[in-house]
Design a protein around this ligand. Structure first.
Ligand code: BEZ
Length: 328
């Protein structure tokens, strides 16, 4: 091989190596979530994908699979663990089934209102809790988002917590909310989001635990007689990347993807702060029997929940301290 041939050969090798490197770095990510296409979380996931494609000059793309197309949250969490799924915007409720410390976010009346919930989720203490996710759950948590505070929609009249006793009341499938409604004396019925409308409409459940956005947008209130605005719990979400997929990313991609995903996940907090009251006003204005209650309505159930979760989560006191420090 003469000098010329050797030089050309090594240039060709370099070009192939460069092409291979950029092909390896370019990724088509799959992101799953259970919320329907018009939901704020789904819109935020799509906005994240669009911004990532632009910031990476088209090298990265994100295909969003809403409405449980890839399975329920427990199944998606398993897929994240094996690397079969790259990313998810997931309820902290599901994460708390694997990492019980996260159950502390659901302390009844931890947040005074939706703005306060946002401050708690943006605290250093809350962020620090994400550090346990790679080791305990096999996922990387980039930031918190949220949905609105929780309310109750019931098919009959509800004027006191006694009226909830024995009711088949739909809950998101996770322990903190189960413990809360058990303490009230209801019959909590775990049911994933997509099954809720039909279950309420056909009387399979008597009541549901839900947030203002979905009560208004999915018109759950039209299938019921009473809306109880209780604001009894916050409902955090977390942006997750598979630990296996994260381990294979370059430092540069981790920074780009982590920062952009965090930005769009966090933006959901601002969306709920802005829109929550409007949804509640519209539900109230629709002529539904609308009852506003506070912590006293739930009697001893809150203290009972606190006693149970003081044992189950080591972060309850720390989050209470944050709540105190950020209250207005
Ligand atoms: C729910 O299970 O009620 C729920 C899940 C995700 C977003 C909002 C609500």
């Amino acid at each position: 091989m003469n000098m010329m041939t050797r030089a050309f050969g090594s240039m060709a090798f370099a070009a192939v190596a460069a092409l291979t490197a950029s092909a390896v770095q370019a990724e088509e990510f799959r992101l799953g979530l259970i919320t329907p296409p018009p939901h704020i979380w789904t819109k935020a996931a799509e906005a994240f994908g669009a911004e990532l494609a632009e910031a990476s000059d088209g090298a990265h793309s994100v295909t969003v699979f809403p409405a449980r197309q890839l399975g329920n949250e427990a199944e998606m969490l398993q897929q994240l663990q094996t690397g079969a799924l790259d990313m998810a915007f997931m309820t902290v409720a599901e994460v708390s089934n694997r990492a019980p410390d996260f159950g502390a976010f659901y302390a009844p009346f931890l947040a005074q209102d939706i703005e306060h919930a946002g401050r708690i989720l943006r605290s250093d203490t809350a962020r620090g809790m994400l550090e346990q996710l790679p080791a305990e759950v096999g996922v990387v948590g980039v930031a918190y988002g949220m949905a609105g505070l929780r309310q109750i929609v019931a098919r009959g009249e509800v004027n006191s917590a006694d009226d909830l006793a024995g009711l088949k009341l739909r809950i998101t499938p996770f322990d903190p909310i189960l413990d809360f409604y058990n303490a009230i004396g209801a019959a909590p019925t775990p049911m994933p989001l997509p099954a809720v409308y039909d279950a309420l409409a056909n009387g399979q459940v008597d009541a549901i635990d839900m947030d203002a956005e979905l009560i208004w947008v999915l018109k759950y209130f039209e299938q019921a007689d009473t809306v109880v605005q209780s604001n009894h719990m916050m409902f955090p979400m977390v942006g997750l990347v598979s630990g296996r997929v994260w381990a294979q990313m370059s430092d540069e991609d981790r920074k780009l993807i982590g920062d952009l995903m965090a930005k769009h996940v966090d933006s959901t907090i601002d969306s709920y702060v802005e829109k929550e009251q409007g949804w509640l006003d519209q539900v109230r204005g629709a002529g539904t029997n609308y009852v506003e209650v506070d912590q006293a309505f739930f009697g001893d159930a809150v203290a009972e929940w606190n006693a149970i979760w003081a044992e189950k989560s080591s972060k309850l006191d720390a989050l209470r301290q944050v709540a105190d420090d950020t209250a207005e």
